[in-house]
Design a protein around this ligand. Structure first.
Ligand code: ADP
Ligand code: C5P
Length: 289
C-alpha cells in the first residue's frame, strides 16, 4: 500500500549548517572477528540516526573465467583482491551527494550480485530550493525530486523521477583491509579494529563457511593456512596501529560498543546534521542552498 505525501514550503537553513558530510567510521579486523556483529550493534543503538553500511566485500574484483576454474588458488585476503579505486570513487560520489549502487557480494558464485543497494548521502549545495514529495513502499521512503535536483544528486540517472534515497548521518565502512589504503583511511572520522583471537576466528569461520557458503572443512582449512592466516599477519594485523579504538572480544564487548555509540552521538551533535530534520514530520523537503 502506497501513500503519497506532498510537501509544503521548503525550509531554509543557514548555509554554513548545511554543507556537512556524513560521519565516516571504519571497522577492520580479521575475517570472522565479529566486524559485522559490532556494526549491527552500533547501528541498532544509533536507531534514530540514518546509517549506511558499506562492506569492502562489495568491491572484490570480478574473477576471470580462468581464475574461476582454479578458485582455490585465488587469494581473497590480499589487498589486490579488492578494487580500491572503485571504493574510493563510490565514497567520493557519496561525499558529493551523488547516488552510488553498492552491489551485494555472493560468496557462493564469487560474484557481485544485482540489484544493488542505491545509496545517496544528501549534501546540500548552493542557492537552490527544491521541494520533493515522498511515498512509502515496503517500509522504505522513496523521494520524488524535481529534475533539477536529480542532476545534483544523481548525474547518471536524469531519466528517473523516483529514486530510493538513504540520506545518512553515518557511513560505516567495514572490511578486513579497510585500513590498508591511506586514501580510504583519510576519509574516516573514527577507526575501530575488532580484535579477536585467531582460534576463535578460525572456529567461527569453519562453522560459517560450511553452513553459509556451502564449503567443506578441508577447503576451509586449506584456504586458512595458505592465504587467510599469512594475509592476516602480513596485511591486516599491521593496520591495527591506525585504529583509534581496539575492541577485544568483538560483539561480546558491550562496554566498548556503548562508549563508541556515545562518542558518535557527541560527534554527530558537533558535526551538525541539522538538515536531516527536514525529513522528519509530515513535511518532506530538501533545501539546496
Ligand atoms: P566478520 O564480519 O568479522 O567476518 P561476523 O560478525 O560476521 O564477523 O561473525 C562471524 C561469525 O561468528 C558469524 O557466524 C557470527 O554469527 C559469529 N559471531 C560473531 N560474534 C560472535 C560472538 N560474540 N559470539 C559467538 N558467535 C559470534
Ligand atoms: O566477512 P569477512 O570479513 O569474514 O570476509 C572476508 C573473508 O572472506 C576473507 O578472509 C576471504 O578469505 C573470504 N572470502 C572467501 N570467498 C570469497 C571472497 C572472500 O572465502 N569469494
Amino acid at each position: 500500500e502506497m501513500t503519497n505525501t506532498e510537501v509544503g514550503q521548503p525550509t531554509t537553513l543557514a548555509a554554513e549548517e548545511m554543507c556537512k558530510q556524513p560521519f565516516v567510521i571504519g571497522v577492520a579486523g580479521g575475517a570472522a572477528s565479529g566486524k559485522t556483529t559490532v556494526c549491527d550493534m552500533i547501528i541498532q543503538q544509533l536507531h534514530d540516526q540514518r546509517v549506511v553500511l558499506v562492506n569492502q566485500d562489495s568491491f572484490y574484483h570480478d574473477l576471470t573465467d580462468e581464475e574461476l576454474t582454479r578458485v582455490h588458488e585465488y587469494n581473497f585476503d590480499h589487498p589486490d583482491a579488492f578494487d580500491t579505486e572503485q571504493l574510493l570513487c563510490a565514497m567520493e560520489k557519496l561525499r558529493h551527494g551523488q547516488a552510488v549502487d553498492i552491489p551485494n557480494y555472493d560468496f557462493k558464485s564469487y560474484k557481485n550480485v544485482f540489484p544493488a543497494r542505491r545509496i545517496v548521502t544528501i549534501r546540500l549545495q548552493k542557492e537552490l530550493s527544491v521541494a520533493v514529495s515522498c511515498k512509502y513502499v515496503e517500509g522504505r521512503t522513496i523521494y520524488h525530486f524535481k529534475s533539477s535536483l536529480l542532476g545534483v544528486l544523481d548525474t547518471d540517472r536524469r531519466d528517473l523521477n523516483w529514486i530510493v534515497v538513504n540520506p545518512s548521518d553515518v557511513i560505516i565502512l567495514e572490511g578486513i583491509l579497510i585500513f590498508h589504503d591511506p586514501r580510504i583511511r583519510e576519509l574516516m572520522n573514527m577507526k575501530i579494529f575488532v580484535d579477536t583471537d585467531a582460534d576463535v576466528r578460525l572456529a567461527r569461520r569453519i562453522r560459517r563457511d560450511i553452513v553459509e557458503k556451502g564449503r567443506d572443512i578441508a577447503t576451509v582449512l586449506d584456504q586458512y593456512s595458505k592465504f587467510v592466516k599469512p594475509a592476516f599477519d602480513d596485511f591486516i594485523l599491521p593496520t591495527k596501529k591506525y585504529a583509534d579504538i581496539i575492541i577485544p572480544r568483538g560483539g561480546d564487548n558491550h562496554v566498548a560498543i556503548d562508549l563508541i555509540v556515545q562518542h558518535i552521538r557527541t560527534k554527530l551533535g558537533q558535526h551538525d546534521m541539522s538538515y536531516l530534520t527536514c525529513f522528519s514530520g509530515s513535511v518532506y523537503c530538501i533545501v539546496v542552498c
